[in-house]
Design a protein around this ligand. Structure first.
Ligand code: ZN
Ligand code: ZN
Ligand code: ZN
Ligand code: ZN
Ligand code: ZN
Ligand code: ZN
Ligand code: ZN
Length: 595
């Protein structure tokens, strides 16, 4: 089984919640997503040109055998139910097959032909208003009969206009769905049209199916992803595109789709809105000529270029005579406080946004650097591999690989956690969470967030300084432990968000995709054991999730490379030869301290 493009496989064996039809032989590429240690929440498979038909056949087969109908009727029914076969079978159990067929506008059997037969054995076609010999006409399942030329023209137009899935009978007010075999028969010889028709029916499996989604890659790779279980997940397509199944955007957990949508919009017109906010805070329109006027210090009397004096606090026109705290003949009284409060509020909201934006942005920048590091490591591994005529991962460097993978994933989570906080503790849920509770929640969240942040920075530092330290086994030990604790911190943060924060508010905008984890269990006990290191966790702990991994490595044991234990210096030497460098310190972006 080719798993080269799969998502992270869960350690759990409990897949009872997942449709059993999923494990059939057509799996080309798939993945799973779940909280580590809990049942698999989502599982996905990649659908591409080669298996689009095959993946439907199973479902069509189930419907044809239970309802005892043809494949084309089964397809029409499934399309009517948006490929939700459970809903279809539910209605079947409740209301029977006749109801189903009627609901989906399927005419079950051949009716007597309905047409106007003329005296000389010819039929009068209601469409072209011609008399046609009977063998030049065709009847749909509903019985309505027209001449073949009219049918062909009608179907061709329907298909070219993209109505392949709802081609109905030509007769006035009939509305019966044209059966698939009849359509194909009538379109005999029109290969392109038939192909287009078949393609459209096949793609309905993705287009009309809430469990399937086309890969959002640009240019489009031609594949789709189908999900079983929780629809909130972040699958990776075979083309490498990683996306949120809910909204099709880049993976954004722990933000909900709604938060991410708001955020991307907000940062897209940040310039504009920032200018606007600045104007609100720093300028006021002249009551005379309406031009924005900026206050340049001093008292509350401002004079516009047009010569109009006005009160800065309330914006009303006044006369020029004033003292430092009073304008002659002008009282804005209580209103002044409101206006000042309003200005303060806008200013506070701006500062708040800037804080979260800055934190998010800093982590994004760190992520770029760390991804480069990952790329460089891959380059270095390839170089080492080629030398030994073996292409594949070097088990000796799994800990480094795992560490980087975990770092990149955790960095993404950490950055997005600021976006989450911006909305969670901002105004998105203010109707549902009291201000007091909100403050408690925020403190709870920030505690966890800071713990994650310090672990992530530590791991980042460890990995970025590898080339400067003497490469001994204690570094490997540090990295492995730090990788695991970053993983645990991420997992805890998701738990808090899902159970206590989003779990306590109405799921108006849905919940979030499960934490994917890095690949923390790839470093096996045996690898560490071989080097004579001790690890803090138990052997069972490691082997629990790595049994299959360890096995597959066992199979290649005995190859030339496996007998050699390469010290860190050797890797960095190889990297130097290949002119691959860790990023220089100036490229390493540090996160600014909190305000
Ligand atoms: Zn006709
Ligand atoms: Zn009809
Ligand atoms: Zn793709
Ligand atoms: Zn989304
Ligand atoms: Zn003016
Ligand atoms: Zn003055
Ligand atoms: Zn005033």
């Amino acid at each position: 089984m080719d798993l080269s493009y799969s998502g992270n496989l869960s350690c759990s064996e409990d897949t009872s919640a997942i449709d059993s039809s999923f494990s059939s032989e057509y799996r080309l590429s798939e993945g799973e997503q779940s909280k580590p240690g809990s049942p698999v929440r989502s599982r996905w498979e990649i659908i591409d040109n080669t298996n689009l038909d095959k993946v439907q056949r199973d479902m069509l087969g189930q419907v044809t055998s239970i309802l005892d109908c043809s494949t084309s009727v089964a397809r029409t029914l499934l399309m009517h139910f948006n490929w939700d076969k459970d809903a279809l079978f539910g209605e079947y159990a409740d209301r029977g097959v006749e109801w189903l067929l009627q609901a989906a506008s399927v005419t079950s059997s051949n009716q007597d032909s309905i047409g106007c037969e003329t005296s000389d054995g010819e039929l009068f076609c209601q469409s072209c208003l011609c008399e046609v010999p009977v063998d030049g006409t065709a009847a749909m399942d509903c019985g309505h009969t027209f001449c073949i030329e009219c049918w062909r023209e009608y179907l061709k137009i329907g298909i070219s206009e993209g109505r392949s899935r709802r081609l109905t009978c030509m007769a006035y007010k009939c509305g019966a769905i044209c059966s698939e075999p009849k359509v194909k028969l009538l379109l005999e010889g029109l290969h392109d049209t038939v192909r287009r028709y078949e393609r459209s029916l096949a793609e309905s499996f993705v287009d009309d199916n809430r469990r399937a989604r086309w890969c959002p890659s640009v240019p489009h790779c031609g594949s789709a992803v189908r999900v079983e279980g929780d629809l909130l997940c972040e699958p990776r397509c075979s083309c490498g595109k990683h996306f949120c199944f809910g909204c099709g955007e880049e993976p954004h957990s722990p933000c909900t789709c709604r938060m991410w949508e708001l955020w991307t919009k907000k940062i897209a017109d940040a310039d504009e809105s920032e200018t606007k906010s600045w104007m609100t805070v720093h300028t006021k329109n002249c009551p005379q000529c309406q031009k924005p006027v900026e206050k340049n210090g001093g008292c509350n009397l401002v004079v516009c270029v047009c010569g109009q004096p006005f009160c800065w606090l309330c914006g009303q026109a006044t006369q020029k005579r004033h003292t430092w705290d009073q304008i002659y003949g002008h009282e804005c009284g209580r209103w002044k406080d409101d206006v000042q409060l309003n200005v303060d509020k806008v200013r506070r909201m701006m500062k708040r946004y800037q804080h979260y934006y800055h934190m998010w942005r800093s982590h994004c920048k760190s992520l770029e650097v760390e991804k480069k590091l990952q790329g460089w490591l891959e380059g270095a591994e390839d170089h080492v591999d080629q030398e030994l005529e073996y292409i594949g991962h070097l088990p000796e460097y799994h800990w480094l690989d795992d560490g980087l993978q975990q770092l990149v994933e955790a960095r993404r989570v950490l950055g997005n956690s600021y976006v989450f906080a911006f909305y969670m503790f901002g105004d998105l849920y203010q109707d549902q969470v009291s201000p007091d509770q909100n403050l408690i929640n925020q403190n709870l969240f920030e505690d966890q967030q800071q713990q994650l942040e310090s672990q992530v920075e530590r791991l980042s530092q460890l990995l970025q300084d590898l080339d400067k330290k003497p490469a001994d086994s204690s570094i490997r030990h540090l990295v492995v432990n730090c990788t695991r604790s970053v993983d645990t911190r991420c997992s805890k943060l998701y738990e808090l968000i899902e159970d206590d924060l989003l779990g306590a508010v109405e799921p108006v905008h849905g919940c979030i995709a499960a934490y994917r984890g890095g690949r923390p269990c790839k470093t096996t006990w045996d690898e560490l054991q071989d080097t004579g290191e001790c690890v803090t966790s138990s052997r069972a702990d490691f082997n629990g999730c790595c049994a299959s991994e360890a096995e597959s490595e066992g199979q290649v044991e005995g190859r030339q490379w496996s007998a050699r234990k390469r010290p860190m210096t050797e890797l960095t030497n190889h990297m130097a030869e290949a002119k691959i460098k860790w990023p220089c310190p100036s490229e390493r972006v540090a996160v600014a301290p909190r305000h």
